[in-house]
Design a protein around this ligand. Structure first.
Ligand code: ADP
Ligand code: MG
Length: 482
């Protein structure tokens, strides 16, 4: 690395674009001064003050200058990195097949007006993370396995694409109704089916779709009677729906939209045979081909299966393997977080003790990989200047670096050419860094989210990690722990 004459900043190379910008600014100032002098204009203190303020603001936004936040971008402007940050922000993780892109807001789902109105009426301002991920997949009729905790809005996540699917089918005449519903939702208990029914009724408020619930504890004859009148959607417990099929109160000859809600609980309660009996009663000719590269016929209706589960025990996996086709696995929230594996420590320090504390913490980690997070580009350079002479092989990642430099630094870190990465949040997020032994928050992050993201860099893939945070008393930059 060649050090330029731009100043004491050891990181500035002769190819550094920021250095070029700074040099240009410097140049401009000198020119202005010359012009002023030649015209006899004296630089006032106000001028100087203004220049200083400009420089301060510029420094402050150094890190942000290069990259707009994803929320300020149009959908088509989103880069791969933006999507990665978006997924991190909402704790969305995908596994399996081509996943497609999540929606960032309701508009992007491109739902029919009737459904948008229903959503608005419910006061759902933004989709929840599982909705962001699962709705577009459902609209593409991809099979989905959703792993998300209770209360995360799973019902609307499958109800909305289900309603869109039904809208695409021929209107249900009496004749069509004789072949059974277009969609079936199964859940382990009566209470759950009731909750699903309530939500489905709200979302379908502006349609004339009939929703029938088929659960134990009520007269099976009454349910049979309702079913014979026809309905688009059945919401059922597997046992009772199985009984209805056996007694020919229900048929599923045209059911191609299936939801298994709380699959693990259904299995726990011993419903596996009943669930399978119901699934086997549906036309199997409509199952999508299993092969990875199989083409789907455009004029054919395929079965779409949605499965939700908090956990994935072997029986649930078996069920998924048998009835789902190339499912996308979406994991939301703490299920995808590694924080349980991370030992977290906070140390009260004075600003001027940070260097010493850092040295002592680093002395314990041998040559394992460490990430040091700081809040500003300036602090990045400060830490680098401290560590480099001590013999640490460090690399720096901040918004002042261009894409190539960032990638080179990161590659070096991955290959352990560098063992210490010093980064700001802006640069350090959305990048795929390998598991590290230790994360040091040299500066306290400004938000809880930033803290979570930072420490999420360690303790990955089931390994143990550690995080240390230096906390100073002069917390002047307004931490919002909300
Ligand atoms: P889950 O099935 O994941 O346990 P539910 O689908 O029952 O969760 O939803 C939990 C609660 O959140 C319900 O009261 C539902 O009305 C509400 N809800 C769902 N989606 C949203 C949203 N996008 N915005 C606000 N509230 C929502
Ligand atoms: Mg639910």
């Amino acid at each position: 690395m060649m050090v330029s004459s731009a100043g004491p900043n050891m990181l500035v190379t002769n190819t550094d674009s920021v250095a070029v910008v700074q040099l240009a600014a410097e140049h401009e100032r000198a020119m202005m001064l010359k012009i002023r002098q030649s015209q006899g204009i004296v630089e006032t203190t106000e001028d100087r003050q203004r220049d200083k303020e400009r420089k301060r603001v510029a420094d402050k936004f150094e890190d942000m200058r290069k990259e707009k936040h994803w929320s300020e971008k149009k959908r088509e402007e989103m880069t791969e990195r933006d999507w990665r940050i978006f997924r991190e922000d909402f704790n969305i993780a995908y596994k399996g097949g081509q996943s497609g892109l999540p929606i960032r807001n309701w508009e992007e789902a491109d739902l029919p007006e009737t459904l948008m109105k229903a959503i608005e009426k419910q006061g759902y301002k933004k989709p929840s993370p599982i909705q962001m991920a699962a709705i577009p997949l459902g609209l593409l009729q991809r099979d989905v396995i959703g792993i998300a905790e209770t209360g995360s809005g799973k019902t609307a996540a499958f109800t909305l694409p289900m309603l869109v699917y039904i809208m695409r089918q021929p209107k249900m005449t009496e004749e069509i109704a004789a072949e059974g519903p277009y969609a079936v939702v199964m859940a382990p208990t009566r209470e759950l089916t009731q909750q699903i029914e309530e939500e489905a009724v709200k979302m379908a408020a502006n349609t004339d779709y009939r929703i029938v619930s088929v659960v134990g504890g009520q007269s099976i004859e009454d349910q049979g009677f309702k079913l014979r009148k026809g309905c688009e959607i059945i919401i059922a417990t597997p046992g009772r729906l199985g009984d209805c099929l056996e007694k020919s109160y229900a048929v599923l000859n045209q059911c191609n939209y299936v939801v298994l809600d709380e699959a693990d609980r259904m299995i726990d309660m011993g419903f596996e045979p009943q669930v399978m009996a119901v699934l086997d009663a549906m036309p199997s000719a409509n199952l999508k081909p299993d092969a990875e590269d199989a083409e789907l016929q455009t004029n054919k209706v395929y079965r779409t299966t949605y499965m939700f589960s908090a956990t994935m025990p072997p029986q649930v996996e078996r069920l998924a393997r048998k009835y789902l086709r190339r499912p996308v696995v979406v994991t939301i929230g703490s299920a995808g977080r590694a924080t349980d594996n991370v030992t977290q420590r906070v140390m009260m320090v004075k600003e001027n003790q940070k260097h010493t504390m850092l040295d002592s913490e680093l002395s314990y980690v041998d040559d394992k990989r460490v990430i040091i997070f700081v809040n500003t580009k300036k602090q990045c350079d400060n830490v680098f200047r401290h560590l480099e002479p001590l013999g640490y092989s460090c690399t720096v990642l901040h918004g002042g670096k261009d894409q190539t430099q960032r990638e080179q630094g990161l590659a070096g870190f991955r290959e352990e050419k560098y063992t210490v990465l010093i980064a700001t949040d802006v640069a350090g997020r959305g990048i795929d860094v390998p598991d590290v032994a230790l994360v040091i928050n040299y500066d306290m992050p400004g938000t809880v989210e930033a803290y979570t993201h930072r420490i999420g860099r360690t303790g990955r893939a089931g390994r143990k990690g550690a995080a240390i945070t230096f906390l100073t008393l002069q917390v002047s930059y307004g931490i919002s722990w909300s």
